[in-house]
Design a protein around this ligand. Structure first.
Ligand SMILES: [Zn+2]
Length: 345
């Protein structure tokens, strides 16, 4: 940041400094885009950064021209932290729906058009924007073509390629990148006081995503689910069909039964399961090339080393899992997809 600027920032955020610098410079220079697209893999902190950005724009300190931003104390910051700020509107796909619907986007646009209640900015945050239905995307496009002053829309997505090109071309696209494993390792030890050995396991599992590493550390149920998914898969690929089925079913059911608060849908959970399975197959392939240092599922190393499948077999399994993920994306029943993958591997 150049010297002589009036703001300092309090964004406790790790990684993707290029994006932080860019957003903070836009605030300093008062050069805001009307529409930002935050894109990159899940768990890189896109939503968190959108919140820091929004609360900074709405903080009293911003209108007073001083830092830190956000102050965390003014009424605006307190509302923003609770997710109840009247000038911030969130939009996301309902749990039980396939898409963000046209009706949802109409309400969202109505809110945006009302203008700011507090006299500053009106901010709309669209989560997982790839879920916009075609009609919803078209309706949004009209708003993006004629932006009202003070309106800032932030859409985040882990699948930029699923967004209609007409929408993507309207936005200031910011690419979130994975963070190096060594940096996540250091971060876990210095910021979260994780032991060295566990930090090594977690930073490997995190696949470059600091938020995932922290979640694995703090959310014991989530970590246990992760561990179970890895172990069951390793057990499953070495056993008969019946056992495979019961392991997969138990995984899905136990994940669905637990964690009522954040209640993920079966589709998301099945997607997570397949993604984790894919990392195990990747690890097994890497082990064949003696690339132990690149292993993601380091915590299952002894079990992984016992498996002696041919490279061809591993590639086949990988292909079946990939197919399963495609079926899932095409809305085939999650249970059916898992069964089907199991049947073929
Ligand atoms: Zn404030």
């Amino acid at each position: 940041m150049s010297s002589g600027t009036k703001f300092n920032f309090d964004w406790p955020f790790f990684g993707n400094k290029h994006i932080i610098d860019f957003l903070q410079a836009s605030i300093h220079n008062n050069k805001l885009a009307h529409f930002y697209i935050f894109t990159g893999a899940q768990d890189l902190g896109k939503g968190t950064l959108a919140n820091f950005f929004a609360s900074s724009l709405l903080c009293r300190n911003f209108s007073d021209g001083k830092g830190p931003l956000p102050c965390g104390e003014c009424p605006s910051c307190r509302h923003a932290a609770k997710g109840t700020h009247s000038d911030v509107t969130f939009l996301k796909r309902p749990e039980d729906k396939k898409n963000i619907s046209i009706d949802q986007i109409r309400d969202f646009i109505k809110m945006m058009n009302l203008g700011s209640f507090s006299g500053f900015y009106k901010i709309g945050i669209i989560k997982e924007g790839e879920n916009l239905s075609i009609e919803a995307a078209n309706a949004l496009l009209k708003t993006l073509e004629e932006p009202k002053p003070g309106v800032v829309i932030i859409l985040h997505t882990s699948m930029l390629e699923w967004l209609p090109g007409t929408i993507a071309s309207r936005g200031q696209i910011l690419h979130f990148r994975p963070v190096a494993r060594e940096r996540i390792y250091d971060y876990l030890i210095s910021q979260h006081k994780v032991s060295r050995d566990f930090a090594l396991d977690l930073s490997s599992l995190a696949k470059g995503r600091p938020a995932l590493a922290a979640k694995l550390f703090y959310d014991k149920d989530f970590f246990d689910f992760h561990k179970k998914t890895i172990k069951y898969f390793i057990q499953g690929i070495q056993s008969g069909l019946n056992e495979k089925f019961s392991l997969a079913e138990e995984l899905l059911n136990s994940a669905l039964a637990g964690d009522k608060e954040t209640k993920q849908g079966a589709r998301e959970i099945a997607g997570d399961i397949l993604e984790i399975w894919q990392t195990v197959v990747r690890d097994l392939i890497l082990l064949q090339f003696n690339l132990e240092e690149l292993i993601i599922n380091r915590l299952a190393m002894p079990e992984l080393k016992k498996i002696n499948f041919s490279l061809n077999r591993l590639r086949e399994i990988s292909e079946k899992i990939k197919q399963g993920r495609e079926y899932l994306a095409a809305n085939v029943s999650p249970k059916l997809v898992l069964e089907n993958v199991n049947l073929q591997i």
